[in-house]
Design a protein around this ligand. Structure first.
Ligand SMILES: [Zn+2]
Length: 221
């Protein structure tokens, strides 16, 4: 019977449940990494498809996230901001868990998934005990990036296919000629960016804001 078949399929479908995000993670532990600062290492073999952790933290608007990191050093490449959608960013730096320490890797063994506004880290393949977890941050480029942005987000993951940067695309794209096209592309990019890490935009906006402030002061005089 058709209904029975459907039920069977449904029952077989794997429901991924993330471990309690605020309890010590059962799959990995945090220690110093050769790649970058702290990293997350498998406590035991992790089967492919495992929902390793939820990426939690303060849920804020892009504007709030920008304001939060405004004063930060442009050359600091720690990024705990995670794009949920066009409105929301998760700041793992505030109220976040250990998932924020999972490093970028060009040869990822994990992937990030956005489900109903929540971000999860899943095992993309079988991971051996002791292996460092990593996923591709694919940090988006922005026209206000500082000139040394590739240096700031240089990747040292050591993978054979390392592209040398946490940014995506790997090379700075050529400027587009038509405004309309650029706008469309930006919209598309925002959609694509969901579930990716984001560079501290704040730093890029500091100069702009400072100029605005200066102008205000001038007119007040
Ligand atoms: Zn790399």
């Amino acid at each position: 019977m058709a209904t029975a078949t459907k039920k069977t399929v449904k029952a077989k479908k794997q429901v991924r449940v993330a471990p309690d995000p605020y309890a010590p993670n059962p799959w990995f532990l945090v220690r110093n990494s050769k790649v970058h600062g702290k990293g997350c290492f498998a406590r035991k073999d992790i089967p492919k498809g495992t929902r390793i952790s939820e990426y939690v933290g303060d849920r804020v608007s892009w504007k709030e996230a920008d304001a939060r990191y405004e004063g930060y050093d442009v050359n600091d490449n720690h990024t705990f901001l995670f794009i949920v959608d066009r409105k929301t960013v998760i700041d793992g730096g505030v109220g976040g868990n250990d998932a924020r320490y999972i490093n970028h890797s060009c040869s990822e063994n994990c992937e990030s998934t956005v489900e109903k506004g929540r971000v999860f880290i899943d095992a993309l393949k079988d991971i051996k005990k002791g292996e460092e977890l990593g996923y591709d941050y694919q940090i988006g480029r922005d026209k206000n990036d500082p000139p040394n942005v590739d240096e700031i987000y240089a990747c040292r993951c050591g993978a054979a296919n390392c592209r040398g940067t946490m940014l995506w695309p790997a090379k700075r794209p050529k400027p587009r000629k038509k405004k309309k096209v650029a706008k469309k592309a930006a919209k598309k990019a925002a959609k694509k960016a969901a579930g990716k890490k984001v560079a501290k935009k704040a730093a890029k906006k500091v100069a702009k804001k400072a100029a605005k402030k200066a102008a205000k002061k001038k007119s007040a005089r």
